[in-house]
Design a protein around this ligand. Structure first.
Ligand SMILES: C[S@@+](CC[C@H](N)C(=O)[O-])C[C@H]1O[C@@H](n2cnc3c(N)ncnc32)[C@H](O)[C@@H]1O
Length: 243
């Protein structure tokens, strides 16, 4: 099992990011995501690609009966484990595409910014539909298809370094992209908006929310944040299992 988040250099840089230091408060999409989350009271919750466990802890602190956080990276899980003593939370190392969890187990399956690392979204949706109880919710964020399309995920800049525009290219060519993130080549997967949404609809999910989060006004003065009003960086989807 290889995991980019276990790469020493990459992980060191990731630890320094505001969202790694401040958690949900440092995440530009949190103000949009938080109101979309359910009342976790007495829920069994699964967090796919849990990272440091910010969302897992949020669910536990808001009444979840159990939270299972899955991540492929030992280093991410080590930090997650340090950050909680909650008996409600279990962290497990695993590839979220190769899990064998019980069916009809969870009221909510969360996944924050992990599914663009996964090649086969339809297979994930199939699994999630099985893990969810009838009427359960699948709530996930991914990098936005407009953001992932060209592959570089970098602004076009002029000779003075000023932003000119953001490239969107190869939009309908789904598949692998390699982007420089934290000075490391990282493999991600681009899919169209149609693929994200249609895959859910075809599997019998009902779409409850589709949101392209913008940074909140309170974060606009942070470096680079105002530029995030020029392009959609993330996509948030809330879908209900009708199976
Ligand atoms: C950008 S981080 C997000 C972490 C956390 N969900 C958050 O929002 O703070 C992406 C996480 O997905 C994990 N990940 C990527 N591919 C995975 C896979 N196939 N199975 C399990 N975890 C995976 C990475 O190890 C990393 O912790």
């Amino acid at each position: 099992m290889t995991a980019i988040y276990d790469n020493e250099k990459f992980f060191e840089r990731y630890q320094q990011m505001p969202r790694s230091q401040q958690g949900l408060a440092g995440a530009g999409e949190w103000a949009t995501l938080a109101p979309l989350l359910p009342d976790f009271t007495n829920q069994d919750v699964l967090d796919l690609g849990c990272g440091y466990g910010w969302h897992a802890r949020y669910a536990a602190e808001h009444g979840a009966r159990s939270v299972l956080g899955i991540d492929i990276s030992e280093k991410m899980l080590a930090v997650a484990r340090q950050k909680t003593t909650s008996p409600v939370i279990t962290y497990q190392r695993g590839d979220l595409t190769k899990l064998d969890l019980p069916a009809d187990q969870y009221e909510t399956v969360l996944s924050s910014l992990a599914l663009h690392y996964v090649p086969d979204f339809a297979a994930v949706v199939e699994q999630v539909a099985r893990y969810l109880k009838p009427n359960g919710q699948f709530i996930f964020s991914v990098e936005h298809p407009v953001f992932t399309a060209a592959g570089s995920e970098q602004w076009h800049r002029d000779s003075q370094g000023q932003i000119q525009d953001f490239p969107v290219d190869r939009y309908f060519e789904e598949g692998e992209r390699t982007t420089e993130f934290l000075d490391t080549p990282v493999r991600k997967y681009h899919r169209t908006l149609t693929t994200y949404l249609e895959t859910l609809l075809q599997r019998g999910f009902v779409l409850e929310h589709v949101v392209e989060p913008q940074p909140p006004v309170s974060m606009l003065d942070l470096p680079g944040m105002r530029d995030e009003l020029r392009r959609p960086m993330m996509l948030i989807v809330v879908a209900r299992n009708q199976g």
